[in-house]
Design a protein around this ligand. Structure first.
Ligand code: THU
Length: 160
């Protein structure tokens, strides 16, 4: 018998201002996408912006449905579009901004498990890390150098 210890490394910035201009600009695009969120049921709006290696930026927001499970998170809306439109272009990074419409969200909101799994698929496919930045409406920003840091013990194609 042995125990396995799993560690991850994330960088936490006190505010968006501490980040390089290109990351601030990507987060700004995520914020603009968040304004287009369709979230009448949860009142929780999320925006995601993806930077591709060809410098294209793809954005998405959460899209809800009266049949709740039929809705989709912002991150998957964006990454599936990127995969559909640019299947051969690598994804460099994703910026995510999220928060309640009813109160100010100041804690960084990480992507949900299903979104992590979906982003992991593309990271494995392209064999290169996808950098993730996430934040609440304001306040701290968390950076992960790869999706793998956010999803230890990933289930991927190597097990199939
Ligand atoms: N949501 C996202 O868009 N991304 C996540 O990673 C977590 C949750 C959305 C789904 C739903 O529309 C709302 O936030 C509340 O769960």
């Amino acid at each position: 018998m042995k125990e396995i210890k799993i560690e991850t490394v994330l960088t936490v910035y006190d505010s968006l201002d501490e980040l390089p201009k290109d990351v601030i600009s990507l987060m700004q695009k995520a914020s603009e996408a968040r304004d287009k969120s369709y979230s009448p049921y949860s009142n929780f709006s999320v925006g995601a912006a993806i930077l591709l290696e060809n410098d294209e930026v793809i954005t998405g927001s959460n899209q809800e449905n009266a049949s709740y499970p039929s809705g989709l998170c912002a991150e998957r809306t964006a990454i599936f579009y990127a995969g559909a439109q640019f299947p051969d272009v690598k994804i460099k990074r994703m910026a995510i901004i999220a928060g309640s419409k009813l109160k100010t969200t100041e804690t960084p909101i990480p992507p949900c498990g299903a979104c992590r799994q979906s982003i992991a698929e593309y990271e494995v496919k392209q064999d290169a890390p996808i950098e993730i930045y996430y934040m609440g409406e304001k306040g701290k920003v968390v950076q992960s150098h790869s999706l793998a840091n956010l999803l230890p013990l990933v289930f991927d194609k190597t097990v199939l």
